[in-house]
Structures are given as structure tokens and as C-alpha cells.
Design a binder for this molecule. Sequence first.
Ligand code: SAH
Length: 435
Amino acid sequence: MQPAANLAALDRAALEDFFARMGEKRFHAGQALRWIYQRRVTAPDAFTDLSKALRARLNRDAAIEFPAVAARRRAADGTRKWLLRLADGNAVETVFIPEAGRGTLCVSSQVGCGLNCTFCATARHGYNRNLTVDEIIGQVWVAAGELAGDRDIDGDGVDGDHGDRDIDGDGVDGDPGDGDGDHGRGETKTKTAITNIVLMGMGEPLLNFDAVVAALRLMLDDCAFGLSKRRVTLSTAGLVPAIDRLASACPVSLAVSLHAPDDALREQLVPLNKKYPIAELLAACRRYAAARPRTRITFEYVLLAGVNDSSAQARALAKLLGDMPAKINLIPFNPSPDIDYRRPSPAAVERFRDILIGRNLFTVTRKTRGDDIDAACGQLAGKFTDRTRRSRRWVSAPAVPAPSPEMPSSRPKMSTPSPAARDETAPEPAAAAAG
Ligand code: SAH
């Protein structure tokens, strides 16, 4: 007997093919999407606008399965984190960040990460595998349900965006849609629904291209989550060929983890730079931007004290991005155990930012959110077996770039969880324990 097809693993095109293979009409795909994502129904025999006979066949041949919540945490600032248990026993993390005028869901794309960026906690835990489509879109489905449940209304956890395509018509780049810490205009109410999605959780999304693109299409599909392209951001460490492929497959907002203004330093921080150096990466960004007029590429720059935060480096960065439709997102380093970097002082962050702004670069400093539950950038860990043994290497030989005079010799001081950070799931230790 054929195993039941998981409809949650199919985007619209794949669902159309699925129905066509059954000898049925392709338009049932849209109906199925609405049932699954908008009405949150997980039993095909409840798809009441399909014929009884088709429902019976679906009941037999198809299932709708998403990951289950294994642990929930809530930070003092309202940030939520869920540990999701996957069918194979691995677990990944998803974070919701409520802000004035927007609610951003940070989604993982892989179990762990193989890129080995020196400042990132996820890298220390190694890599296990790519997530499947249902595991990626399932993070949105689960979070939407949890958030709707919190509000105790019949909302779907996704903010009334269905059908809101790229018609904001505001002519403004880098608008509230781009997942980078600036606030929506005029709106001050903290959002408890998902208005934006960023692929900035665990993993390198462009190394899991096909599944990520199918999940992105579901995020955008009017019959599923219906978010506009501007409100969905994919963040990459810089896989050049895949950036080009994304431009034609599903040109959502792009964020690039730059972190250094020159190749020598970037190679130390982001080893992928050896394969795709800065000039090639920026050329790909220009091609991506050219295909999407009126939008900016977001450049993420994690600020590490004494490593990449000098005035000269700020000026070099400004020079590098001077002719790019860019927005710079400064992320003061979030500490993790065993990672020997320090966050610069607020004054150093401000100085760096002011140099960029002084050179007419649109720059925002990302506010640290949810760090008391290890939900901040670079702190996600999940729970899984490392198949690369990288985690073991880190333990025996922590690879840290040669310390500059300002680098600390000891480990950064870790913030202890604030009492307001609640572990909401009793027996299961929260995911943060792994970080
Ligand atoms: N692999 C993708 C997606 C991960 S996004 C990428 O590299 O873009 C996670 C973002 O958080 C990236 O910009 C990453 O560089 C940043 N980050 C990782 N560790 C961090 C830390 N400890 N403090 C602050 N930002 C960090």
C-alpha cells in the first residue's frame, strides 16, 4: 500500500499535480489550501466543498501532518519561542517577535547549520539535515495557531493580509515589510498575529532551495497565508548561484549576512566567503535588486567588539554599499556560551551607525529580542543529533579568529535568564537548554 501523501508538504503547483494524478480537477488545490491554512482543518473528510467520493479518496490516500509543539517559552519582552518535534525525533526552533505595528515569525530551514560562522550558536551544534516543506511551512501553521489560541478568538494567527499583494503603493523601499527591526509607519499597537516572516532561524535557507521555495510560495499564496513578498524575507550567508535562482523562482525580500567589509575578515567570520567572495556576492545582490525595482537588499552586520566595529570598517562598509539599493541592519552580537566574542558598547554601536547614516546609508540597529530565552539572532539551537561532528570539534578546539587587542581573553559573560522568562512546558526542558 502507498503511504498517505502529506498534503502539508505540497505547494499549489504540487497539489495541482496531486489532484491531476488522481484524475481530478487541478482547481481542488486552491480549495485544499484554504482548508488547511485558513480554516486550519487537518482531516480531508472535512473539506466539505469537495464531493463525498473525493473526500473519501483523500481520506484514504492523503494526510495533513505538521510538526508538534514540544516546548513553549515566553520572554519578558513578549517574544515567543517554540521547540517543534519532527517525525524523526529531531527538533527545531521558531520564534515570534511582537512589535508595534508588526509581528515577525522567524523560521528555521535546516536542522542545525553546516556553514560554521564563528559567532553563531547554531553552528556550534552542528548539522543534521534539511527541513522538508511541511516542516518549514508547519512552523508558520503551528505558530499561527498558538498565537490565535492566545488571543482566544477565532483568528488564524496571520494578520488580515490575505490577498494583500505588492500593492502597498507607497513607493518607499524598506517599508514595514522587510523584517529588519524598523517599525511600521503610524501603527503603534503591538501585533499578536504574524504580519511578517523571516527565514532567519536555524540553517542556511538557500542550501535547502527546493523545499524553501515551496514553503515561500505557500507563505505568499492567497489561499494559504497570503503575505506580500515584501513581508517575507529570506536571509542568506551568500550562496551566489542560489541568489540568482531565487530571483526567478520566488523573489521575496532578500537579506544578506555580510558582517565584514573585506574578504580577509569575512573569511574568518563566514567561511562560505572563501567560495563566494564579497565582490561576487555584491554582484549577485545587484542582479537581484535590478529585477525588483523599488526594493532594497538588507545587509546584516553582526557587530563584534574589536573585530568588525571600528570607524575605518564602517567607512569601508559604506564605500562597499554606496551604490547599492541597500539597507543595513546592525545586529549587536548576542552572546552564547563558548563563543569568544563581545558585544560592542552602545556608544560604539551608535558611532558605527552614525558613520553609515552620515554616508547616506539607510541603517537600523536591530533591537535584541528574547535573549532571556535564547531566542535572539544566532542563539537558536533546537535538539538534534549532529551528523557532522562539528559540535565535537568546537568543544575540543574553539575556532576563534586571532584576537585583536580589544578582544577579551575570557568568555563573554552570559546573561542569566530573567525570572520573567517563563518555561511554559512542564516536563520538557526548554529548547534554550541546548543553547
Ligand atoms: N544562514 C542564514 C540564515 C540565518 S539568519 C544567514 O546566514 O543569513 C541569522 C542571522 O543572525 C544572520 O544574519 C546571522 O549572521 C545572525 N547571527 C548569528 N549569530 C549571531 C549572534 N550571536 N549575534 C547576533 N547575530 C547573529
